[in-house]
Design a protein around this ligand. Structure first.
Ligand code: SF4
Length: 319
């Protein structure tokens, strides 16, 4: 990413300062770095290959929400997975905003026009969300548009305008297959800026250059940093070069929490992912009661009415 952009608002400048790293300070990794990480992952996961294939012969797909689920309240994770998902104005808001940001990375739009174009594109996709949007009442559609226009305007005032040289990309799908496809680490980045570049030399060094950003339209959650470290791991295993940094951008706050990616960050993400895969498999095969871990998520839990520990926590959340 280029380091200078003229005429930024203070919040835009703060965001840019948080995510930019001068080229000479960016880490470079030898060409074999990602392979070593892959070997470590596959050595640790080999013992779980049969169990994973028994769950799904096409491979066990693992996303950030699966890991957050098994490291949080397992009972809620299982209940959420069993609930049929229904689109609504609040659940559609993030996807519409991401689409509007995606369209805005390649062309200058006023927020209203970007949101209108995003809605049009999503309806044309003809999937579940497209069906919901096509059949939404005038009130729901106006509510969704107003919400997303406000968020996009906020985003525009607090995130630096996209520069073509940054190579912005939105809604980027990424996958890393491990152990011959027995495990598939799956990610979808809301936004990426920059790209790695080869430096050459005897080690065929690769200089990190990409920043992966999650756009958050809701509140902060304790797993946000771990979610992004998982994405750093997926990126390294799939592209072969670690990203330069990862960050959660909280749209309502207009603030980014950025972390520089290092070998230690990736090793920590790898250990958590291996541990989480073991927990996922145990949860699906051990025929045991899912653990209940009361806490703030009880407030939005679909089974809280019938959950003793949850009701106890909800009756006195400060205790
Ligand atoms: S109410 Fe709380 S403890 Fe109970 S299942 Fe839901 S999140 Fe877990």
């Amino acid at each position: 990413m280029a380091n200078t952009v003229r005429g930024l608002l203070p919040a835009q400048q703060a965001t840019l300062d948080a995510i930019r790293t001068p080229a000479e300070h960016r880490p470079a990794y030898p060409a074999g770095f990602a392979n070593e990480l892959r070997n470590d992952a596959e050595s640790a996961l080999n013992r779980l290959v049969d169990a994973a294939r028994n769950i799904d012969s096409r491979g066990l797909w693992v996303a950030k929400r699966d890991l957050a689920g098994v490291f949080g309240c397992e009972a809620r994770y299982v209940a959420d997975a069993d609930m049929p998902f229904e689109w609504s104005v609040p659940t559609a808001r993030g996807t519409v905003l991401h689409k509007a940001v995606e369209l805005s990375t390649h062309r200058r739009f006023e927020p209203e026009d970007a949101v209108d174009a995003a809605l049009e594109r999503l309806v044309a996709d003809d999937d579940n969300l497209g069906g919901f949007l096509a059949e939404a009442s005038d009130g729901e559609r106006a509510d969704l548009t107003a919400n997303c226009v406000a968020l996009l305007a906020r985003f525009g005032e607090t995130f630096p305008p996209m520069q073509r040289a940054w190579r912005p990309a939105a809604e980027v799908r990424a996958r890393a297959r491990l152990c011959g496809g027995a495990f598939v680490l799956n990610g979808k980045y809301d936004l990426t800026l920059g790209s790695p570049s080869p430096l050459g030399g005897p080690d065929r060094l690769q200089r990190a250059g990409k920043v992966i950003i999650d756009l958050k339209t809701g509140s902060r959650t304790p797993t946000d940093p771990e979610d992004l470290r998982f994405y750093a791991l997926v990126e390294t295993l799939s592209v072969g070069v670690p990203p330069l940094g990862v960050g959660s951008f909280y749209v309502a706050e207009g603030r980014i929490e950025h972390e520089t990616v290092t070998a230690e960050v990736l090793n920590s993400a790898l250990r958590r992912t291996i541990d989480g895969i073991g927990r996922l498999i145990s949860l699906r095969t051990d025929r045991r009661e899912p653990r209940r871990v009361p806490g703030p998520p009880c407030r939005w839990c679909p089974i809280s009415v019938d959950c003793g520990p949850g009701q106890e926590w909800l009756s006195d959340p400060d205790d």
